[in-house]
Design a protein around this ligand. Structure first.
Ligand code: M6R
Length: 361
């Protein structure tokens, strides 16, 4: 049942304020400015012993894991990174007992992720699952974890589950942070930020008509570039994946800082750039990249916290705490991909060559 929407993708994008409300519900502890995650099976002493976090997933779940790794490193000060589960499995990785492994999956059935979990467990590692489908194979196989409570996701391309997975990682990072060195005041600040998310998401979704108009302008492009830095880079990767999956427009994502090391050669009027430009410590650096692109007559769509002078269009999103900004900046780009694909007459819920869950190698 599409509940009055023309596609599942549109329905699922529209559900995100409620979905985020669900992942937060019952987990926030104001008394200690922390988060309770009952299913982790990881006590405070064990949490203090973690020396690294390694996050494994595929596709969109891998991108959510990249943001998760940044959140864990920033809030809990534990070295963390994400890697595609399929690559990890095949490179005979060093499995270290002080590393916490986290498997991320919407379906909980992705074969490469499941196989990585099984291999890790065989070697004695501790593996958590950050999973949407309750009782799925990865959820059962993991030592503990958290459900992301996005609700059923039918469309082949993941939208609401991406957002909820990133929020779940923010909760995990806050939880680990408050056991380690994150202060009470930072805990309070982030909890207040998390509570603002549903209303801010609803406000972004209200701007759909404006995003649709912009999408219709870019719908004819042969290729598009997505750029961002640090927190904005996984947002760029995910937006580029979304666009290519449903519109079949070729898209690339780069850290904005890498432009001058090669991809700048591609910039010309026919190759539009989507730039993630949050109001954070990298704002001036990001603006310099926009200038470089403008100097080559490139068209620019910025997703930012305020109007960007160098951009041809700016989608302004509400500001949250800096660490949580990537959660919001991805949402208008889901709508951009959606309306671009719609304007090109694509079959949005069933993109060619793709399946909802990849249960083979
Ligand atoms: O169910 P999973 O989260 O494990 O699926 C992983 C990927 O196959 C999935 O995210 C894929 O990239 C989607 N088509 C993205 O929209």
């Amino acid at each position: 049942d599409m509940g009055g929407h023309d596609t599942y993708m549109h329905k699922e994008i529209s559900e995100q304020a409620d979905a985020v409300d669900r992942v937060l519900r019952g987990r926030i502890d104001d008394r200690f400015s922390t988060v309770h995650l009952g299913g982790l099976n990881l006590d405070a002493r064990e949490a203090r012993g973690i020396r690294r976090v390694k996050i494994l997933g595929c596709g969109t779940s891998y991108h959510a894991g990249m943001i998760g790794a940044q959140l864990i490193e920033e809030l809990a000060r534990i070295p963390a990174d994400a890697e595609p589960a399929s690559e990890f499995r095949y490179r005979n990785p060093v499995v270290d007992p002080d590393t916490l492994y986290v498997a991320v999956s919407q379906s909980g059935e992705t074969y490469d992720v499941l196989a990585a979990v099984q291999e890790l467990k065989r070697k004695g590692a501790r593996v958590l699952g950050v999973v949407n489908v309750v009782g799925s194979a990865i959820a059962r196989e993991a030592d503990g974890g958290m459900y992301v409570h996005a609700g059923p996701e039918v469309c082949v391309v993941s939208t609401k589950c991406f957002t909820n997975t990133v929020v779940a990682f923010a909760l995990l990072a806050l939880h680990l942070g408050r056991i380690r060195d994150l202060s009470v005041s930072d805990g309070k600040r982030l909890i207040a930020g998390l509570r603002k998310l549903p209303a801010q998401i609803a406000a972004i979704l209200e701007t759909e008509d404006e995003i649709k108009k912009i999408a219709e302008e870019y719908a004819g492009a042969q290729s598009m570039m997505f750029i961002g830095r640090v927190r904005g880079y996984p947002v760029a990767l995910e937006a580029s994946l979304k666009l290519k999956e449903i519109s079949y427009i070729h898209a690339e994502a780069y850290p904005a800082s890498e432009l001058k090391h090669g991809p700048l050669a591609l910039i010309e009027p026919a190759l539009p750039t989507v730039a993630i430009v949050p109001d954070d410590e990298l704002l001036e650096k990001n603006r310099a990249a926009l200038e470089e692109i403008k100097a080559r007559s490139g068209r620019i769509l910025a997703v930012a916290h305020r109007e960007q002078e160098k951009a041809d269009h700016t989608i302004v999103v509400p500001k949250n705490e800096t660490e949580l900004d990537p959660i919001l900046m991805g949402i208008p780009l889901q709508l951009l991909a959606y309306h671009t694909a719609l304007a090109m007459g694509r079959d949005i819920d069933k993109p060619r060559n793709l399946a909802k869950s990849v249960t083979v190698e």
